[in-house]
Design a protein around this ligand. Structure first.
Ligand SMILES: CC(C)(COP(=O)(O)OP(=O)(O)OC[C@H]1O[C@@H](n2cnc3c(N)ncnc32)[C@H](O)[C@@H]1OP(=O)(O)O)[C@@H](O)C(=O)NCCC(=O)NCCS
Length: 163
């Protein structure tokens, strides 16, 4: 998209991000199992998270990254949201791709977990986590529990409850 910039999340984006999330998910947002993970001690990683800014500097999309632990440290991606007016132009995938690249470049942690549609995340290399390998603090459709290795063997020790 012309003029749209993807940048690391800063405190000044907070209000715009909240507005995008409210428009994308509505009040049901806080009932999601992923939200239980984020509340349960996940550490926000704003330098790895990405915000999309319009030419006017408005926040029009976001992809957040968190540090979590599931037996071993891991990244957790989400929420991912794009304003309705800016959808279907590749921005959602671009945000997720940029955040994934930032995680990989950090070199700290071996993999990323996300709850989402496999079809959407497959171009970035995400696949369904092996059945029963991961547990979330709430119900989740196992087909939507995806992960991505950032380096060979990076997810070997990741298993159990994501907390
Ligand atoms: C999902 C979302 C971030 C995609 O943003 P986007 O900028 O439109 O994404 P892209 O343009 O890169 O890709 C669009 C494609 O993603 C796919 N897609 C969009 N939403 C999807 C969903 N919920 N499930 C599966 N695939 C989806 C479609 O194939 C779409 O193609 P189309 O526009 O031709 O129908 C956006 O639709 C959104 O904010 N939705 C509400 C919040 C949400 O559901 N977030 C995802 C949680 S993992």
């Amino acid at each position: 998209m012309p003029q749209v910039k993807l940048v690391a999340e800063l405190p000044e984006h907070a209000e715009g991000v909240e507005a995008v999330l409210a428009r994308a998910f509505g009040p049901g947002r806080f009932a999601k199992t992923s939200e239980r993970v984020r509340e349960g001690g996940a550490m926000a990683a704003p330098r790895l998270s990405r915000v999309a800014l319009s030419g006017e500097g408005q926040v029009i999309g976001v992809c957040r990254i968190w540090r979590v632990s599931a037996g071993s440290p891991c990244y957790f991606m989400g929420p991912l949201a794009v304003d309705p007016v800016a959808r279907s132009q590749g921005l959602g995938l671009a945000l997720a791709r940029d955040a994934t690249a930032a995680c990989r470049a950090s070199g700290e942690i071996g993999g990323i977990i996300v709850v989402g549609a496999e079809k959407f995340f497959a171009p970035l290399g995400f696949t369904a986590a092996p059945k029963g390998r991961l547990l979330l603090p709430g119900p989740v459709n196992p087909a939507r529990l995806l992960w991505l290795e950032l380096r060979p063997g990076g997810l070997d020790k990741v298993q159990g409850l994501i907390a």
